[in-house]
Design a protein. Structure first.
Length: 400
């Protein structure tokens, strides 16, 4: 179901009182003709948004002018990886521009039908580092905890296509208990990434249980929720959710804004609610060809994120997942973006650029080269303007 003609009256959700000069930069989503008759009560209900996702070609044709390539891509990819777009996020798409950055992340493209020779089914080697189902333990003191196969929207560049949207990969209660027992019995673990799918696809009750169990373990210091709901389903961050999450602080939230167009009034409100509840929010942007592979776009995005109290944390090089090679850029493009951020804007707006090592190598940071020359204790450095400066390194201290 795409539309709904039933009208009800409900108080419109408004932004927290903040400086008007900030909030005017974050426009509300224009529902257009498709959802203009949906009541505010339904539109602001995250479960209504989930139930009414755009999942078929027939529904998609009511939202955008589908191109022949998009139609062929949908028909060729739907068996491998479902299409699913919330009405909220679908309303952000340009109906006439197939290169719209929102549309490119949502609607299948012909590139998905090409499996490159370098593509990997499990590009990050998560399965090989699973001591028990659903727990990836790669780093010494932290684990990734897979809690659901569901997402509000199935991003076309998803690195977990092998699991996301596949009901057979669902994390059943028994698997959750096995995972919690593993974490409980490994005191070296201090940090847990609660992931999926999108963990906010779980009910509040299930999330409350998971976080409550983790918080009861003396060795667990922090946990993180890896979610894109603030981008694709901000209605999920409602009063009940906020009341629940307050009980489990400190909670870190890692989200995934990729383009300034995603920074709406609704997204601003969702992030404000989380920040006011004590959550620390970090953004993990994925570098995507034709969407955000431009320093100006990334700078605009990161400036908006800071106003939303979201720290630009990572720029991820696009993984070697199957069927997403058309999104990948050269590594040099990521270095160029960092080069055009560092020094040209505040350090808070400069994330780490990383490649997640294929096959399980972990996050490998990449930075432009700022050391020009070393001679003895003389180090020649260059700044963001390519001006050179000499720094004299300390000599080795003599032993007593």
């Amino acid at each position: 179901m795409v539309g709904n003609t039933k009208k009800e009256t409900a108080p419109k959700q408004v932004l927290n009182p903040v400086n008007e000069r900030i909030t005017k930069r974050f426009p509300s989503v224009d529902r257009g003709k498709i959802w203009q008759d949906v009541s505010e009560k339904d539109w602001s209900n995250w479960m209504w948004q989930q139930r009414n996702r755009v999942r078929t070609l027939e529904q998609l044709e009511k939202v955008i002018n589908v191109t022949d390539d998009e139609r062929k891509a949908y028909e060729g990819s739907v068996e491998m990886f479902n299409m699913s777009i919330t009405p909220y996020y679908a309303a952000l798409m340009d109906p006439d521009d197939p290169n719209c950055p929102i549309r490119m992340q949502s609607v299948p493209k012909m590139g998905e039908l090409t499996i490159d020779v370098t593509d990997l089914e499990d590009p990050l080697g998560e399965e090989k580092d699973m001591p028990v189902p659903g727990v990836t333990h790669r780093y010494p003191d932290r684990v990734l905890f897979y809690t659901t196969h569901n997402c509000a929207m199935y991003c076309r560049h998803c690195t977990r296509k092998r699991k996301v949207s596949d009901p057979s990969s669902a994390a059943q209660k028994k698997q959750l208990e096995v995972g919690l027992d593993y974490i409980r019995n490994h005191p070296e673990i201090r940090d847990v990434v609660i992931s999926g799918g999108d963990p906010l696809s779980n009910s509040d009750e299930r999330l409350d249980y998971i976080m409550g169990e983790l918080r009861s373990m003396d060795h667990i210091e922090v946990f993180r929720l890896g979610t894109r709901n603030m981008v694709t389903l901000p209605q999920r961050i409602n009063d009940d959710f906020i009341q629940m999450i307050r009980k489990h602080q400190p909670v870190f939230v890692h989200t995934h804004f990729n383009h300034p167009k995603e920074c709406t009034a609704e997204a601003f409100e969702a992030c404000a609610r989380l920040a006011d509840a004590g959550c620390m929010i970090n953004n993990q942007m994925v570098l995507l060809k034709g969407i955000n592979d431009d320093p100006g776009i990334v700078k605009e995005l990161n400036h908006k994120l800071l106003m939303m109290r979201v720290r630009p944390y990572y720029i991820f090089q696009c993984d070697l997942a199957q069927g997403i090679s058309h999104f990948r850029t050269p590594v040099e493009k990521g270095l160029e973006i960092i080069e055009n951020l560092r020094g040209w804007t505040s350090g808070m707006a400069v994330p780490h650029y990383v490649v997640d090592g294929p096959g399980g190598g972990g996050k490998i940071p990449l930075i432009p080269e700022y050391v020009k020359e070393r001679k003895g204790n003389k180090v020649v450095l260059r700044n963001y303007k390519n001006d050179e400066f000499v720094y004299y390194d300390s000599s080795d201290l003599e032993e007593d």
